[in-house]
Design a protein around this ligand. Sequence first.
Ligand code: F6P
Length: 320
Amino acid sequence: MNIAIFTSGGDCAGMNPAIKTFVEECYTRNITPYLIYDGLEGLIDNNIKKAEHSDVSGIIYRGGTVLRSSRSKRFFDHEYRLQAYDNLKSHNIEKLIVLGGDGSFRALDAFYEDFGIDFIGIPSTIDNDIYGTDYCLGVDTALNVIREAIDDIRDTASSFKRAFVIETMGRECGYLALVSALTCGAEVCIIPEIPSNLHTLGEKLKNEVKEGRNYAIAVVAEGCGMSKEVEQWFEEEIGLEARITTLGHIQRGGNPTVYDRLIASEFVIYALDKLINTANNHHAIVYKSGSFDFIDIQTISEGKYTIKAELLKMGQTLCV
Ligand code: F6P
C-alpha cells in the first residue's frame, strides 16, 4: 500500500514530528510512504516523492514544515483536482494524510467525492478553532511562544510604568488570547467570545492604579480588532502610557514543545491505523476529553468550535 502525507494552510510546530513519525511508522508496517511538497499546490503540480529515512532525519526539533505548505485556489477547480488525481495514480498512491485546518479538510472531502481517495485530516492550527477537537497540533508551542514574549514585555512594562497591549493571532477564535492572559497574569483580556466592558474594567484598574499599580498587560485577540482602542483607553481612561505589540507570525514558529511532539506522533499512529484497517475514510482525527476519535468532515464544517465553559468562566473577570 502507498500512502502520502502533506501539510496544507498555515504551518505550525508539530508538523515535522508528525511527518517523521509517518515515514518511520510506514516503513515498520511495510507501507510505502510518499511525501507531497507545497500542500495542495504540490499535489496539483506532482511535487511528490517516495520518502527516504534521510528526508526526515534531524527534523523532529524544527518548527514549520519541511514539506512546505500553501493555500491553494486552484484546488477548488475540478480540472486541477483531476490533475492531482492523475498524479496520485501515477505513483499508485491510494490514501492520504493531511495536516491542516478545516479549509484543507473540506478541499480533500471534495476530492474524496470526486475520486474516492481516502484520507484522514490531522487538525493542525495554532488557532485551536476546529469543531469536534479539544486540541489542534501546534497550539501548545504557540502558547509557549506567547508566554515567553509576555514575560519579556513585562520587564519593560514594569521598568517604564507602561501598559502593553499584546495582540495574539487566532482569527475569530480567542483561545490563544484567553489561555495566554490566564497563564501570564494579564490584567485585561479581549476575545470575540466574551463581549468586553471597558467601563467596568476601567473602574477596577483605576482603583488598582490608585493603590500603586504602575503597569498593566492586556492580551487582545486579533479577531476583535480592538488593539488601538485598548491602547487609547489605557492612555486616556487609566492614565498609563501604552504601547501595542503585535506578536504576528512568531506565534507560528519555534521548535515544537514536548507536548506537540508527542501528540503529533499519536495523531499519526491513530490516523494510520484507521486508514490501513478500514475503508471509506474521509474523516478527521480528533482529540476529545482525553481520547482520540474520528469525525466526518461535514460534521466539522457544520459545527462551530466553542471554548470550554470552565475556561471562559475563569477569564470572565479579565474581560468585563
Ligand atoms: O490560521 C493561522 C493563522 O496564523 C491565523 O492565526 C492568522 O490570522 C493567519 O493564519 C495569518 O495568515 P497568513 O500567514 O496568511 O498571514
